[in-house]
Write a protein that binds this ligand. Structure first.
Ligand code: B16
Ligand code: MG
Length: 216
């Protein structure tokens, strides 16, 4: 194995909570209640697709023009951006900084494959820009997870064969994307949810090089 490619939300930091708060507020404006359980289905899913799912939930998918949907997505994003402005290095999930340093010292290439167009900004806020050799710009990705494109783009930028990459993800769609890219899939979350992952850690604290390499 030569490279590790990370998802952002739910793996490096829990910005999923801020996505939830911003979608919930938009849902309230539209009369569509969004709870945490439904929010699970939005994890790793692009902004436009998330909005479509919310509108379908409220049976309002035909109530808005493309232009109006863009305005709704922009409104959610402005709210989200105002929430993440408060993110600091204290919001890095436990064990992640140590793991990234461990990988750097061991000579692995390190990439990020997030569906978020705010990934650069969040990573900067966390003080982790230096820890990644490449962060894929989600705006250049045509097909969302579970399509493998974002992971394949990261591997290409790192100049590593996908079969020599390990992908780390918290979302079902993300694990599917890693597998479809031909990479080894490490899940962060529940074993019974991330059933397609090669290995699963429930806590980011357990994400160490030894714990991963001994299970490949
Ligand atoms: P944005 P990840 C994903 O990030 C989030 O999990 C998902 O909830 C969000 O809708 C998506 O990014 C797009 O984010 O609106 O900021 O472009 O988990 O792939 O790092
Ligand atoms: Mg995620």
């Amino acid at each position: 194995m030569k490279a590790f490619i990370f998802d952002l939300d739910g793996v490096i930091t829990d910005s999923a909570e801020y996505h939830y708060l911003a979608w919930k507020a938009l849902g309230e404006d539209l009369g569509i209640p969004i709870d945490r359980e439904f929010n699970e289905t939005l994890k790793g899913v692009s902004r436009t697709e998330s909005l479509e799912r919310i509108l379908r939930l409220g049976h309002r998918e035909n109530d808005f023009s493309l232009e109006e949907k863009e305005k709704l997505a922009t409104k959610k994003n402005s709210h989200y951006v105002s929430l993440i402005a408060k993110i600091t290095s204290a919001d890095i999930l436990p064990g992640i900084e140590t793991f990234l340093s461990e990988l750097r010292e061991a000579g692995y290439k390190i990439g990020m494959a997030s569906a978020s167009k705010n990934a650069q900004m969040v990573t900067r806020q966390l003080g982790l820009l230096h820890a990644f050799d490449h962060i894929v710009d989600a705006a250049t990705v045509m097909d969302s997870k579970p399509h493998p494109e974002v992971f394949l783009k990261a591997a290409e930028a790192l100049a590593v064969d996908p079969k020599d990459c390990i992908g780390v993800e918290d979302a079902v769609a993300g694990i599917e994307a890693i597998r479809a890219a031909g990479m080894f899939a490490v899940g962060i979350g529940e074993r019974n949810v991330l059933i397609e992952a090669d290995i699963v850690f429930t806590d980011t604290r357990d994400l160490t090089l030894e714990n991963v390499l001994t299970r490949i």
